[in-house]
Design a binder for this molecule. Sequence first.
Ligand code: HAM
Length: 420
Amino acid sequence: MKFAAQKGTRDILPSEIYKWQKAERMFADVCHMYGYEEIRIPTFEQTDLFQRGVGDTTDVVQKEMYTFNDKGGRSITLRPEGTAGVVRSYIENGMSSLPNPVRLFYNITAFRYENVQKGRYREFHQFGLEAFGSEGPDIDAEIISILTVFFKKVGLKNIKLCINSIGCPTCRKKYNEVLKDYFRPNLDSMCDDCKARFDKNPLRMIDCKDDRCKKFAEGAPRLIDYLCEDCNNHFEGLKKNLDTLGITYTIDSGIVRGLDYYTRTVFEFVSENVGTQGTILGGGRYDGLVATMDGAPTPGIGFAMGAERFLLEADAQGIDFEEPNYVKVYFADLSPEAKDQIKKLVYELRLNDIGCEMDLMGRAFRAQMKYAGKHNIPYLVAIGDDELSSGVVKVKCMADGSQTDVELSKIVDYFKSILA
Ligand code: HAM
């Protein structure tokens, strides 16, 4: 039997890893520039954390979690997202005593048992961030600007920002009644999930994926038309901030997001390129979540970008992440004595941060040259008995074919000077 990667998981191979590394670095750089610090949270948490944090009427919790009992009988879940874990860590580590806003970013794997298709996997990666302690709307706009800066640096274009407000518990209470009045006459022909959501969380009925429900959901009243004064002011403040920064946006009153913790601002960045999965990222404010998880009431906001979807989009737009060439010099040997000398040389160069390679396969000289060419190694040094006795080698630059005589004893300094 041949083993294969599990459905919905994939290997990230050396041929593409540089894109990931570059994207991770660029995202971290932009976050750092805005005063965010990296946090690393565990891959699994107790199941209740997600039930309570993400919400047990959501598809993520009801249908998509990888949940199992460990050998100690605890119910464990592989994180389906990062926010709940970061909030747990924020509370557990007493971060509320830090100066506000507390700003954290992360780069995580997440796990959801989903129908696999382009841009939708069972193990996927998220670049995300969370900020605690600031009620906004200034920080809402600042967070959105982190993304516009990031996209600009990467060179991505035509990513549409869609914003909405889904209010607070006060406006939601009133709206839920409006929504129930709207859905009630058709409830019998809706899916079982929606029948259950009707009493527990009617807002969830709006983004039901079932065809029986979609047609009713489309015409449903929108929360944005029922915002209380405070929420309305917040939303106006966000728009004003975005206008000030010149960030263009579309108000999409249909965005409710698939997770229960959101309040007020919600937003998504959408593209048409990533198969059917156009949403590259989603985020929003969650002013009640820290308290829901038994922390002191603290406003919060964040987003997560699907790394796979981001990279699919970048590929579709022809973004060049420039594959780095870590190995700069190849030393080919023409005799066993030269090989001994080369061993010392490459070690010395590596101690001086210069990437280099030599033959480890007992290849003949021509085959060594072929190997160096295949790997696009930019400089080549061939050493035989003549070079050993003269103490001078020829350094060949593969880009233009030029050759330079360099004293063996000065080879480190030479490469340091040309590769600096
Ligand atoms: P989310 O919308 O569930 O939000 O996921 C964020 C992003 O993760 C999506 O826009 C998408 O790019 C990516 N994603 C989600 N599921 C998959 C999948 N199965 N395969 C590939 N990519 C996927 C959250 O996770 C929230 N925690 C975001 C957040 C942070 N809100 C506030 N803070």
